[in-house]
Write a protein that binds this ligand. Structure first.
Ligand code: PMV
Length: 368
């Protein structure tokens, strides 16, 4: 019926009749972070991905957000007080206010709402783990909940999550995948007809049981600020000499990834996840100007993980985000073999010996 989700949500927004009274309310959501297996890198149009991506949603690394709101009919008045870890945070407040202003075209009631947002992460903010996916995921879910409370819309779970994913994407691309537990796909690919650049979809119904209990242990290599932010990195893809080749490669990789995830081919999955991580960093190295986010200790642990895998024959998979940290993915049944290896041979290369043991999670939770 609609050509795009953009059209759909703009149209639906016109239908939202203003409640006549002042309506106060509260909502609270926890939303996890996610780790990409096929990496999104580069944008086109507004917050649309240059290529499709697949991710696994985590369990422990979450943003917890509570929103107190007061809807008041009358003149437009959108206001926000933002607290991070119980302290006012003007940088985040400005960023979120700008975001709220932008998404008010899909949620017009926001223009008549005063919001108090309190947020914290369950992972240390100095761990080099990006919090934009979990925080925009949590905020988008809270906004959809406000719409549902005020207007009685979005009562179907699938409608609710689709809009939350669409709104989360507008804050941070990878956030749109975090509104689902398990595995998600974001970006148009012929291999999956329901896929779209405007929101993520869940892959859980097609995932082989071999991947249902994967763990992700995050080796915290460097907690300093990155020399080049992800936003700047995405922009460098616009004139990247290998951008066209990367798009062809990643479309093929995505097809393969879907097959491996469906058939339970752990060995092929492992090789592909690593190829994607190294290609992501290769795109950074060969940007103009090029840059390096990996640190000597990242390379040391990568080397050791590969040696351990060769010697043990165990499916120990490594991946990286746009940063120096290294993620180790493995099935839960190998916990007893892999954890001692990490503690004994890798922890010394992590800042403060820090390793965050996370795993695949069930997705966001509403707590208010
Ligand atoms: O969502 P952003 O703009 O923070 O970009 C995330 C990009 C990667 O984490 C490197 C890859 C991905 O698909 O999540």
């Amino acid at each position: 019926m609609f050509n795009s989700l953009e059209d759909k949500f703009i149209n639906q927004a016109r239908e939202l009749k203003r409640p006549p009274d002042h309506i106060p309310g509260k909502t609270g959501w926890e939303c996890p972070s996610n780790i990409a297996l096929v990496k999104y890198w580069g944008k086109k149009q507004f917050q649309q991905p240059l290529n499709p991506s697949v991710s696994m949603t985590l369990q422990q690394s979450r943003t917890v957000i509570s929103v107190d709101y007061l809807y008041q009919p009358g003149p437009e008045k959108l206001s926000l007080s933002y607290f991070f870890e119980d302290q006012p945070h003007s940088t985040f407040e400005d960023r979120y206010l700008q975001y709220l202003q932008h998404v008010s075209k899909y949620l017009p009631f926001l223009q008549h709402t005063e919001l108090i947002i309190k947020s914290h992460n369950t992972f240390p903010h100095s761990a080099g783990i990006a919090s934009s996916a979990s925080s925009f995921g949590a905020l988008a879910l809270a906004l959809c909940d406000m719409e549902r409370n005020l207007f009685g819309t979005l009562t179907e779970e699938s409608d609710f999550i689709e809009k939350a994913s669409f709104l989360a994407r507008l804050g941070s691309g990878s956030a749109c995948r975090s509104v689902y537990g398990g595995f998600s796909l974001w970006g148009k690919t012929d291999a999956f007809p329901a896929s779209t650049n405007e929101a993520a979809i869940s892959l859980n119904s097609v995932i082989h049981p071999a991947f249902r209990d994967y763990c992700d242990s995050i080796l915290v290599i460097d907690t300093g600020e990155k020399s080049v932010s992800s936003s700047a990195g995405h922009r460098l893809m616009e004139h990247h000499p290998f951008a066209a080749a990367r798009v062809i490669q990643v479309q093929a990789n995505l097809r393969k990834m879907l097959i491996f995830l469906q058939t339970g081919n752990e060995q092929a999955f492992s090789a592909l996840v690593e190829e994607e991580a190294f290609t992501l960093h290769a795109m950074m190295l060969t940007s103009r100007p090029g840059y390096v986010l990996l640190k000597p200790n990242s390379l040391e642990v990568i080397d050791r993980i590969r040696q351990f895998r060769n010697n043990s024959g165990l499916p120990v998979i490594l991946t990286m985000d746009a940063g120096a940290n290294v993620h180790i993915l493995y099935p839960a049944r190998l916990n007893n073999q892999i954890k001692p290896f990490m503690e004994g041979q890798l922890a010394e290369f992590c800042q403060g010996g820090k390793i965050i043991h996370d795993a695949i999670g069930m997705g966001p939770v509403k707590f208010l």
